[in-house]
Write a protein that binds this ligand. Structure first.
Ligand SMILES: *[C@@H]1O[C@H](CO)[C@@H](O)[C@H](O)[C@H]1NC(C)=O
Ligand SMILES: *[C@@H]1O[C@H](CO)[C@@H](O)[C@H](O)[C@H]1NC(C)=O
Ligand SMILES: *[C@@H]1O[C@H](CO)[C@@H](O)[C@H](O)[C@H]1NC(C)=O
Ligand SMILES: *[C@@H]1O[C@H](CO)[C@@H](O)[C@H](O)[C@H]1NC(C)=O
Ligand SMILES: *[C@@H]1O[C@H](CO)[C@@H](O)[C@H](O)[C@H]1NC(C)=O
Ligand SMILES: *[C@@H]1O[C@H](CO)[C@@H](O)[C@H](O)[C@H]1NC(C)=O
Ligand SMILES: *[C@@H]1O[C@H](CO)[C@@H](O)[C@H](O)[C@H]1NC(C)=O
Length: 494
């Protein structure tokens, strides 16, 4: 009897650690790896204690998850997240967020339906499917017993700001940056990036035409599509032709690197390609490599200089906190009646970063060019090139211009009365010396702070990423213009 008891004790002692591990494993997997398939009758509600992301569904690799993403503390997006980096790849409702409330539901009855009765928000896949699964490439798809090949609905057909390898980007799709300022669309034979600086102004700022080196695009035939090829390039194809009409190589092109690829239309308007090296996203491609060529590198009424970074168009204003005047919107027309509620700022030696893509009139003098803009209440500014006679006009609030040595490129800009200057420069005598000292110290402090923020972001800090989902420009490593370290940082990543 006693020996039996001792044997049991020995047995328990030997197996307990194992049992413990087993129990922990069982519990942790049931607690995190919730389900791999959504079936009819499914219902989920956001949990008030969730701080950032509440997973509902995982893919087979565990790399991706569909769940509730908390945005701006109180709002909710249904999102597909890359789990190791907490990077959202897709949002069901980027333009209209639901509330983080127990009255908001995600249900599945053949359609996946997200609804918020209070805001009358309603999003649905409008399908009659049996299941919803998340594939290991982040594509959320519906499945049915009678399904032939293509799913009735897939998230790849309505991308947000991100494309992953093998995802088709067709001419009916659009990528929109999280701040909703920039978009990407396909033309007949090009990829276009557009800025929406004013309601309806769809200023193209980058137009990449297919090189057609390997094959040509046949006009008025099948539509084109773009795709990140796993051979590490962004390709443009004509449907039905497997050969790419255009190849934009990533840095890792023809290298042994194999990490998963994605591109994202960033909040600064750049299109950036990354690969996953197992722990971070490594920059692998950028459509715009020069900071000053970004559509608004220094914010509203800013001036970008390739060597000195950002300053302001108004030389009496100090460049601080990312812009020179508070952001403006609208126009100078009210009910069709032009109003002269603006003052004029002039600056020579400037031009728009994407002037080749801008509409222009030809005028015989600067005065004539200015008049065209002055009298047109939807015009915010004009740049006159004295050599060519081109008069470029902007029908959106002035963004960043590029500083060029040529003083015969002359800018005329309207500034709305009452648009506050960010900071006035004292600029007299001995004051200048003191100011310089203060500025240097501030630049140092801001630089150090930004570097810490940047390091934290790189380290995969989840919250800060989410906070800027709907907010302003998130300072990436190559575009940290506010500080004097602009040049060194830029060099570090190119
Ligand atoms: C699923 O539910 C939504 C919202 O309640 C409803 O509009 C839709 O008709 C339902 N679909 C099916 C297939 O029952
Ligand atoms: C993803 O799934 C496909 C089949 O559906 C498989 O061939 C591939 O190896 C998987 N990739 C990863 C990274 O798990
Ligand atoms: C992308 O388009 C190609 C060619 O039309 C097609 O063969 C492929 O299945 C599509 N891929 C996806 C994920 O839809
Ligand atoms: C997916 O998971 C595998 C295995 O953990 C990992 O090797 C791979 O890097 C992951 N891919 C992505 C894109 O996270
Ligand atoms: C600022 O610009 C005005 C007009 O172009 C010019 O007259 C003035 O000298 C400039 N001031 C400084 C400090 O550069
Ligand atoms: C502009 O061009 C005209 C002739 O084309 C020239 O006479 C004039 O001096 C130029 N103005 C400036 C400011 O360069
Ligand atoms: C005013 O400017 C806008 C945009 O620059 C242009 O579309 C419009 O034709 C102009 N109106 C007149 C009367 O010139």
């Amino acid at each position: 009897m006693e020996t039996h008891f001792i044997n049991l004790a020995i047995f328990l002692r030997a197996t307990l650690p194992f049992l413990y591990t087993l129990t922990i494993l069982l519990f942790s997997t049931t607690a995190t790896a919730t389900i791999s398939e959504i079936s009819r009758g499914f219902k989920a509600t956001p949990n008030s204690s969730t701080e950032t992301f509440q997973p509902l569904l995982y893919d087979s690799s565990g790399n991706f998850s569909l769940g509730f993403l908390r945005v701006n503390k109180t709002q909710l997006a249904l999102a597909v997240l890359h789990v190791p980096s907490s990077e959202p790849f897709w949002l069901a409702n980027p333009a209209q967020l639901a509330r983080w409330s127990d009255r908001t539901h995600l249900t599945f009855n053949g359609s996946l339906v997200l609804s918020d009765p209070n805001t009358k928000f309603y999003w649905s896949t409008h399908t009659d499917a049996d299941h919803v699964v998340l594939l290991n490439n982040s594509n959320l798809v519906t499945k049915s017993a009678n399904q032939t090949e293509l799913p009735a609905w897939q998230s790849f057909d309505s991308p947000t700001d991100t494309l992953v390898e093998n995802q088709n980007f067709t001419s009916t799709m659009v990528l929109i940056s999280t701040n909703r300022l920039y978009s990407m669309k396909l033309g007949a034979d090009f990829i276009g990036l557009y800025a929406n600086f004013n309601k309806g102004s769809n200023q193209i700022y980058l137009r990449h035409k297919a090189m057609e080196a390997k094959t040509e695009i046949v006009e008025n035939q099948a539509p084109i599509y773009a795709q990140i090829n796993p051979d590490r390039y962004l390709g443009m194809y004509q449907t039905g032709n497997p050969l790419p009409a255009d190849v934009q190589k990533f840095n890792s092109f023809q290298t042994p690197v194999t990490g998963f690829l994605r591109v994202r239309l960033e909040p600064d308007g750049n299109l950036i390609g990354y690969f996953w090296d197992g722990s971070t996203w490594v920059l692998d491609y950028q459509a715009i490599s020069q900071t000053c060529e970004l559509p608004s590198a220094c914010g509203s009424y800013g001036l970008c200089n390739a060597r000195n970074g950002c300053s302001c168009l108004d030389n009496r204003t100090e460049f601080a906190s990312g812009e020179c005047f508070t952001a403006q919107s609208g126009d100078f027309c009210s009910d069709g009646v032009p109003r002269n509620n603006f003052w004029v700022l002039r600056r020579n030696g400037v031009e728009p970063p994407y002037k080749e893509l801008m509409r222009y009139d030809t005028t015989s003098s600067l005065g004539q060019c200015e008049k065209l803009c002055e009298r047109n209440c939807s015009c915010w500014g004009a740049v006159f090139n004295n050599a060519s006679g081109f008069c470029y006009m902007m029908d959106y609030p002035i963004q960043t211009l590029v500083s060029v040595g040529d003083e015969t490129k002359m800018g005329y800009f309207k500034v709305r009365e009452g648009a506050g200057r960010k900071k006035m420069n004292v600029g007299v005598g001995a004051g200048i010396g003191v100011m310089c000292g203060v500025v240097l110290i501030l630049v140092g402090i801001v630089g150090a702070w930004r570097f810490r923020v940047w390091k934290r972001k790189r380290g995969g800090e989840v919250k800060s990423r989410f906070m800027d989902l709907n907010g302003g420009v998130s300072p990436g490593p190559y575009k940290d213009l506010g500080s004097a370290s602009f040049r060194s940082i830029e060099m570090g990543t190119t």
